[in-house]
Structures are given as C-alpha cells and as structure tokens.
Write a protein that binds this ligand. Structure first.
Ligand code: AMP
Ligand code: MN
Length: 196
C-alpha cells in the first residue's frame, strides 16, 4: 500500500473520524481534438459551489449506510445518474491533509463513452444538486499542447482537499497518462501558478 494510505477496513475502524467518499468516472475515447490530437480518455470532475475542482461524492456516515451505498446516494444527487458503487471500485483511503479526523475514500469506475455522455447529460438536467452544490461537470484534458495548454493549465487550477493527488495517482495507476508527461505537466503547472 502506498505511504499515507489506509486499508478500507483500517479507515473504517478510526474512532471519531468523519468519512468522505468520491469517485473518478472515466472512459476510453477515439475522439481527437482539432482532428489531430488524441483525447485518449474522458475523465469526469466537477466545478464545485466553492469554485474548486473536485470529484463527485461527499460525506458518508458508516453507522447509517455502507461507504458504497452512501457514495451511490451522493452520485444520484450530484449526477442524477444511478450507479451502484461496490467495494471492487475502491482505490484507496487516507487521512486528509486538512484534518486527521477526516478520511477520504477514493473510488474509480471505468465506463463506456456512451455511459459517460449519459452521466454528463443527467448531471446538467435532472441532478438535484445542479446549480447548487455542483456548478457543472468538466472533462480533464490529458494532452499537452504548446504553451502548457491542456493538462498543465488544468493542473494549475485549485482543487478541494487532496483531490489533485487522487487525480495524479489515478492517471498513473490506470495508465491514462505516461509518467514523464505527467511530471512535465506538473512542472509547467507549478510555473504557471508562480507567475505574477
Ligand atoms: P463534499 O460533500 O463533496 O464537499 O465532500 C465532503 C468533504 O470532503 C468536504 O469537507 C471536502 O472538503 C472534502 N473533500 C472533498 N473532496 C475531497 C477530496 N478529493 N479529498 C479530500 N477531501 C475532500
Ligand atoms: Mn460533493
């Protein structure tokens, strides 16, 4: 297990901890940007009410429902899409940097491109949280074009909690971006953030 991460079971045995569950939904795609740059994969994140980027999900009370049932409920509210999350979708759990009493559980589910489009459609139409807790879904650009356009610029935005780390980890774990490309993009993002 990577340093700083807990097993799902150890995380659940934390006395007095609150639990937050979030998920990465992603799909492969053959689509190209400007008919030349492969988009490769569609990854969904969201613009939150507080202006930060994050993954769909939220607080779950394990004394009331399982982590996975709670996450499925959150997804119904935020995406208007019924997705039954299971333990098989669990990626990792960790104490958040903001508070050791808050445990962040991260999940991922690979879908078909057609299903991702359905999620996006429902999130903007029937989801009860649309325009309230969630301002809209966004796709993560995975390519790097001249001048840091694409992934470097995306990574220079502000993210909730440790979700930028969750994103970086998932990009490598699921082979969505080569390591050298990600490292380069992170450097460029840092340069952009430190520009006056
Ligand atoms: P939410 O209801 O989605 O805002 O999430 C519940 C709590 O988890 C909030 O206090 C957020 O600050 C925190 N949070 C949201 N996303 C993440 C994340 N990816 N990693 C760590 N904490 C998060
Ligand atoms: Mn949420």
């Amino acid at each position: 297990m990577a340093s700083g991460t807990l097993s799902r079971q150890d995380a659940l045995s934390c006395v007095g901890c609150r639990h937050a569950c979030h998920i990465l939904l992603y799909a492969d795609t053959e689509a190209q940007l400007f008919e030349e740059t492969p988009i490769r994969h569609i990854l969904l994140m969201q613009m939150r009410f507080d202006g930060l980027l994050g993954f769909p999900g939220g607080f779950v009370d394990p004394s009331v429902e399982t982590l996975e049932d709670g996450l499925s409920r959150e997804l119904w509210e935020e995406l208007g899409f019924s997705l039954s999350v299971t333990v098989d979708d669990h990626v990792n759990s960790c104490h958040t940097p903001s508070s050791s009493q808050l445990v962040a559980h991260f999940y991922a589910r690979k879908m078909e491109e057609r299903e991702i489009r359905e999620v996006e459609k429902a999130a903007a139409t029937t989801a009860t949280d649309h325009g309230h807790e969630v301002m809209g879904m966004v796709r993560v650009p995975l390519y790097t074009l001249k001048g840091g356009r694409g992934l470097p610029n995306f990574l220079s935005h502000s993210f909730i909690g440790n979700c930028r780390c969750q994103l970086e980890d998932a990009l490598l774990r699921f082979g969505l971006v080569p390591r050298e490309e990600l490292e380069m993009a992170l450097q460029q993002a840092e340069q952009r953030r430190s520009q006056p």
